[in-house]
Design a protein around this ligand. Structure first.
Ligand SMILES: Cc1cc2nc3c(=O)[nH]c(=O)nc-3n(C[C@H](O)[C@H](O)[C@H](O)COP(=O)(O)OP(=O)(O)OC[C@H]3O[C@@H](n4cnc5c(N)ncnc54)[C@H](O)[C@@H]3O)c2cc1C
Length: 474
């Protein structure tokens, strides 16, 4: 057992609730624990907190929020729960699914009302890719980088300490798995030991650890990684050492449309509003709307592993409110083709083939289903002049991890809980099923903030209960 403590370990200092990771999950866990009255410390390996959260679009799926109600969007926990079960083909943990479905709306309401995070429903994001309702919440005009900055501003306003450049390297625990503290490595190689009464692991997933990716998701081993380089699976490695169970370790979000070479995400709306994917031969090869995460594999299987997103001015304008389209414009990633020859030239494909693809596409219209199986309902295909962005497939973030219960307590393989260890976000098992096809848009941050809040509140409650017991002791 890593760091098993014989009672001899001395800690430099102690804080009741320690949270590892300053991403969305860790920051929200800290705000929730503090809100519940606990003294909290966030421990972050980087000099500036960012995590995968800062790379994200900052969109959180949540059901039954006050913000949805204002817009007359009828949604509730039961609808989200049903969508999770359908998307994962029933292969998800029922307790975690229910906890996220029931906790997401109250979490967004709490972050908006009590913490002052300016969420709004992203009404430009349709109910697609498995969502039956419009439930994407974000900070209009801001992405994940601003999200993490604002959350850390909220931590600072509340006097919640964040220990930067402190990398968790060990968990110090008793033989029964009770955590006594942690060991962190500082930039000069010094090891500091910090005692705690409850530990929350919010250190993200393992997409940046090539050995773990190869072991658990070999089909993604050759995918480009477009997530935070610090997500090296420390929670799973140390948690497993304490006897925790790992689950859904083959689960991840790949993404088919990373602009190449710009490294900017082409937002899903470009496809949803009518864009298509064409390969180096000038052919369409997939129903682009089938799945947001699974599309990565058809793209990786194309010649040279790349494809072109083809759309038009109407679609570009509809998505122009996103930071991603603004970035694509700024970096000149969007090219224009006025003729078949232009398009074939940009793609490097045979003109006849491109002409045939476009002729076929032109017959698609409302209510038709094309040769790829894509149903064109209420959306028309792109019209001249066309817009083109070259893309590749990439691995964005993992969705499996430490098995937890509905209270974010880390569980052993026999279903019993470790005494005082909690986890959420990329560190924990999410609700995306066992593989790449079960991911619902917004669920990375949905799981991060919802489980973060649950974990923070539970850790605080545990510490408070222990303090009450101690007071009653003669
Ligand atoms: C390009 C991109 C776009 C995305 N867009 C969206 C979106 O719009 N909506 C959505 O729902 N999801 C999105 N996701 C996924 C989403 O970003 C993640 O699911 C979410 O940010 C996970 O939050 P987290 O707090 O668990 O992890 P992170 O944000 O990765 O935070 C983990 C933190 O732990 C720290 N850490 C790791 N190891 C240690 C250690 N040993 N010691 C100390 N600290 C450590 C890291 O440095 C990091 O700061 C996107 C992902 C990518 C890559």
């Amino acid at each position: 057992m890593p760091g098993q403590n014989s009672g001899m370990t001395e800690f430099e200092f102690e804080v009741p609730v320690v949270i590892i990771g300053g991403g969305a999950c860790g920051a929200v866990a800290a705000l929730a624990a503090h809100h519940a009255g606990a003294e909290v410390l966030v421990v972050e390996q980087d000099a500036t907190p960012a995590g995968t959260t800062a790379m994200s679009q900052g969109l959180v799926c949540a059901a039954g929020t006050s913000l949805q109600a204002v817009l007359d969007i009828a949604d509730d926990a039961a609808s989200l729960h049903a969508d999770i079960l359908v998307k994962t083909r029933g292969q998800t943990d029922p307790a975690i699914a229910r906890a996220i479905a029931e906790g997401s709306g109250p979490c967004i309401d709490w972050l908006t009302r009590d913490i002052g995070y300016p969420f709004a429903v992203d009404t430009g994001f349709r109910a697609v890719y498995g969502h039956s309702r419009q439930r994407m919440h974000g900070w209009a005009g801001h992405g994940g980088a601003d999200m993490i900055q604002l959350l850390h501003q909220k931590l600072a306003e509340r006097g919640i300490d964040v220990l930067l450049q402190a990398r968790l390297v060990d968990i110090i625990a008793e033989a029964d798995g009770r955590v006594r503290g942690i060991a962190v490595e500082r930039p000069d190689g010094r090891i500091d030991r910090i005692g705690c009464q409850a530990l929350v692991l919010a250190s993200g997933g393992f997409a940046a650890d090539p050995d773990m990716v190869t072991k658990f998701m070999p089909e993604a081993a050759n995918a480009r990684h477009n997530g935070h380089p610090g997500n090296r699976g420390i929670a799973m490695k140390l948690g497993a050492g304490l006897g925790a169970a790992l689950a859904d370790m083959g689960s991840y979000q790949g993404y088919a449309m990373l602009a190449d070479p710009h490294g900017i995400t082409v937002p899903p709306g470009i496809i949803v509003e009518g864009g298509v994917l064409v390969n180096a031969l000038g052919q369409r090869f997939v129903d682009e709307t089938a799945d947001i995460a699974g599309m990565v594999h058809p793209v990786m299987a194309q010649p040279r592993g790349t494809a072109w997103v083809v759309f038009d001015q109407r679609i570009e304008e509809l998505c122009a409110y996103t930071l991603e389209v603004q970035g694509l414009r700024e970096f000149g990633a969007i090219r224009t083709a006025a003729t078949v020859n232009d398009l074939a030239g940009i793609i490097g494909a045979d003109t006849t083939m491109v002409a045939a693809t476009l002729a076929d596409l032109a017959t698609a219209d409302c209510g038709t289903t094309d040769g790829t199986g894509r149903r064109w309902a209420g959306i028309s295909p792109p019209r001249w002049p066309l817009r083109i962005v070259k893309v590749c497939g990439a691995l964005y973030h993992t969705q499996g991890g430490l098995q937890i219960d509905a209270g974010a307590r880390v569980l052993r393989p026999d279903g019993t809980a470790l005494p005082n260890l909690f986890a959420g976000g990329g560190a924990a098992r999410g609700v995306s099923g066992p593989s790449y096809w079960g991911y619902l848009p917004g669920m990375g941050l949905g799981a991060a903030v919802t489980l973060g809040r649950i974990a923070g509140m539970a850790a605080a409650a545990q510490v408070a209960a222990a303090a009450m017991r101690d007071q009653k002791m003669p």
